[in-house]
Design a binder for this molecule. Structure first.
Ligand code: SAH
Length: 217
């Protein structure tokens, strides 16, 4: 494992940079500050854990850029009583940030390996409000619906209609939507019956939301 020289200074610099880029919610900044990104990062990239960039993880996926995690979390307007559905657990970094601001986080991942590794990290951190599922998150989690908030951390090629039907009236869904390498980061307010209002917040680059579970590990 590579030692990171003075991780506190790196963290302070990152938080300051995020604030400068518009992540200003004190709760969100606090959650980012108290989430040790180095435990979500592969050994090979551990010395870069506090850079504001996405990094490769197993299964050809990525751990999201801290700025994007901050922006998406802020866009959800979380309340402490919220039950949140997250699609695309990946490393579990975004899940952990959500778990500090919401009552319960349900998270779905289509790679067994990633799900297993993320579960190990949730145990290591002592998180008691994260519920995991290996499966196709494009279908949501009908048994636990409706949710106050839904966050999709992989790019949907079209409006995520199945997920919108699992939102409470007035609930918020944030998702990257688009077919190309650059997508729109959209925020939807649902009416509880699948109807919605939508606004585009910015442009982002996410790995695609794929159908079905992965056959490989
Ligand atoms: N939020 C993660 C980044 C995730 S990258 C983090 O902080 O590390 C996107 C993740 O979505 C990948 O792990 C990918 O396997 C997963 N994914 C893609 N399509 C999916 C689907 N249909 N259901 C569940 N997970 C999916």
């Amino acid at each position: 494992m590579t030692e990171v020289p003075n991780p506190d200074a790196h963290l302070a610099k990152l938080i300051l940079a995020l604030r400068g880029q518009g992540v200003t919610d004190p709760g969100v900044l606090g959650a980012l500050e108290s989430t040790p990104r180095e435990i979500f990062t592969p050994d090979l990239f551990r010395d870069r854990a506090w850079e504001d960039s996405a990094l490769p993880i197993a299964c050809g996926q990525t751990i999201s850029q801290p700025y994007i995690v901050g922006l998406m979390t802020q866009a959800l307007r979380l309340e402490p009583r919220a039950r949140v559905l997250e699609i695309g657990t990946g490393s579990g970094y975004q899940t952990t940030v959500l778990s500090k601001l919401a009552r319960l986080v349900y998270t779905v991942e289509r790679y067994r390996t990633l799900m297993g590794e993320a579960e190990g990290r949730f145990r290591q951190l002592g998180l008691t409000n994260v519920i995991t599922r290996f499966g196709d998150g494009g279908l949501g989690w009908p048994e636990q619906a409706p949710f106050d908030r839904i966050l999709v951390t992989a790019a949907a090629s079209d409006e995520p209609r199945a997920l919108l039907t699992q939102l409470k009236p007035g609930g918020i869904l944030v998702a990257p939507v688009g077919k190309g390498p650059v997508q729109n980061l959209n925020r939807y307010i649902g009416d509880g019956r699948g109807g919605f209002e939508v606004e585009t917040l910015t442009e982002v680059r996410f790995v695609p939301l794929l159908d079905g579970v992965a056959k490989e590990l």
